[in-house]
Design a protein around this ligand. Sequence first.
Ligand code: NCD
Length: 317
Amino acid sequence: MGISVRHLLGIEQLTPTDITTILDLAESYVDLNRQANKHSNILAGLTQINMFFENSTRTQASFELAGKRMGADVMNMALGASSIKKGETLIDTALTLNAMNPDLLVVRHPQSGAVDLLSEKVNCAVLNAGDGRHEHPTQALLDALTIRRAKGRLHRLSVAICGDIAHSRVARSNIFLLNKMESRIRLIAPQTLLPVGIDKFGVEVFHDMNEGLEGVDVVMMLRLQRERMDGAFIPSEREYYHRWGLDAKKLANAKPDAIIMHPGPMNRGVEIDGDIADDVTRSVIQEQVEMGVAVRMAAMHLLADGLRATKQEDATC
Ligand code: NCD
């Protein structure tokens, strides 16, 4: 079974069936990744290039490991040292790489829409590893896998997404995904950290943590993304923690078995209390990282199947 897209640019373009297909296949990779021998040869002979125009720890490591475990030739572009610094445009860099015949291109870029643009210029499958404030599809998929494993389903759950929503591609991709899978979404944030036009997103908005967390199944915290802010959006970190940071008292409003999530990197004592983040009876933050590798393996596997099918069709034409 395949998926309906050639590239993984965002959750917006996926159908609920695509999402389920990716998550079901990812389950088999969770099993593989827990074995001593973690190798498959699904991507053998294929070339994967990771282009990160923005810093990343877990996403880049996760894509690299995913490709290597499936037997691809993986290359990480050291963009600090590349022609980007010499003024080459994104498109020229893409065309240069395209001439090397990669099969999978994993791209993170600070500008929203840059990855979509790039996908129009190359012949391979492109995976968006986060573009500006736009989308971060593999993060939403790994979050969904984590939720599905903890709660047994993705529909009819109440999920709170809290904090800096305005600057968060993780929030946008999660909103698309949870809406498609028919869960209820609550956004909890100060007015200054909500995107304009949020009312069109099919969400409920709260400006108070205690109220917003009442009875939820999942609490997803977001990092204050200072690198994307121009100007001051909050009075002070201390004040922010007091009103919006997740601590035991605020968490007591959620269901007793509610899980706690965070995409990382975390600011302990700013958006989340360190002890809560480390409480393995509630927090699934480490599991999210584990699911990240499996979901990226599944996504690249399905896109590679699509590539092979297209090549076969071309050959028989
Ligand atoms: C997120 C990102 O880069 O958008 N992190 C991640 O991919 N693990 C969230 C963030 O940076 O806060």
